[in-house]
Design a protein around this ligand. Structure first.
Ligand code: GLY
Length: 294
């Protein structure tokens, strides 16, 4: 089986603050250039999406890991999940602080009896694993928070919410196994304790038939159970493109705001959005392409 890989760096209204199409494309292609050859060398889809997510978490352009947005109290709390489609096994961390790669914790939890941990428990796990403390704050995110705090978090909240999204990766490996990973700093300026879709099967899901990672307004993704909805449709016989089309048509009718990327077991790649832009790029086994416009 020729491997496939699709990744995203969020969905939103514009590329403002991200350095334009060129900068986003460069960041996304660098991840494909690193991870796709590993799939060709036999890396599993689960390992590949974790590797891709780590690289995206390290890129301050995107709202995950380094460069995560701040919550209303000025703290960063991140969420991430891994879905191993071949084992149909979900694991994740919710609202974890002071780690560089939340996806690493989600990966570790695949082998655990307790597969989704929230804030305190996720922090304990990081300490148990001797994950070094890490501050993911960037000057730009701090400045955004400072500006917003002067306006009681109301002025730009809509555009920031819509503009920064999250990160994700979906892979099909040589053995035909699918996996999806998603990681986020959250919606930005949210209440303490708000839970993101990124560590729920609504935002990140897969099985032997299809795998999907979502980005956008978490509450909308949860309301649609988007990732699991698309995957179940494919499992029940719809093609991946038809499952995306149907799910996004329903979402448009309900004024949802998000995007998603996906793969099926035959190697079909699909994406959809109700937002203006979806920052995604893929390797289809032959060439690299993307969803960005020049
Ligand atoms: N989709 C990321 C979030 O809303 O938390």
């Amino acid at each position: 089986m020729q491997p496939r890989l699709i990744i995203h760096g969020g969905a939103g209204s514009a590329l403002d603050g991200k350095g334009g199409v060129g900068a986003v494309r460069k960041s996304l292609y660098a991840v494909l250039d690193t991870v796709y050859p590993l799939l060709l060398q036999g890396l599993s889809s689960a390992e590949a999406v974790v590797r891709a997510a780590q690289l995206l978490e390290d890129d301050p352009l995107f709202n995950a890991g380094t460069g995560s947005v701040l919550q209303s109290d000025g703290q960063i709390r991140m969420s991430a999940s891994l879905m191993d489609g071949a084992r149909q096994s979900f694991s994740g961390v919710i609202n974890v602080s002071r780690v560089q790669h939340p996806i690493e914790l989600a990966h570790h939890l695949q082998q655990s009896d307790d597969r989704v941990l929230s804030d305190y428990g996720a922090g304990e796990l990081a300490r148990e694993l001797h994950v070094p403390p890490y501050n993911p704050l960037t000057e730009q995110r701090l400045e955004e928070w400072r500006v917003e705090s002067h306006h009681d978090f109301k002025k730009r909240m809509g555009s920031v919410t819509a503009g920064v999204g999250t990160i994700g990766a979906v892979a099909l490996d040589q053995a035909g196994r699918l996996a999806a990973a998603t990681s986020t700093g959250g919606r930005g300026f949210e209440r303490i304790g708000r839970v993101s879709d990124s560590a729920m099967p609504a935002g990140n899901y897969g099985n032997a038939h299809a795998a999907v990672s979502c980005t956008g307004i978490g509450e909308h993704i949860i309301d649609e159970a988007l990732a699991s909805r698309i995957v179940v449709r494919v499992t029940d016989g719809l093609s991946l493109s038809a499952a995306f089309e149907k799910s996004f048509s329903e979402a448009r009718d309900r004024n949802r705001y998000f995007g998603a990327i996906g793969l099926d077991a035959a190697g079909e790649i699909a994406w959809g959005k109700t937002s203006e832009v979806l920052l995604a790029a893929y390797h289809n086994g032959e060439t690299i392409g993307d969803t960005l416009q020049d």
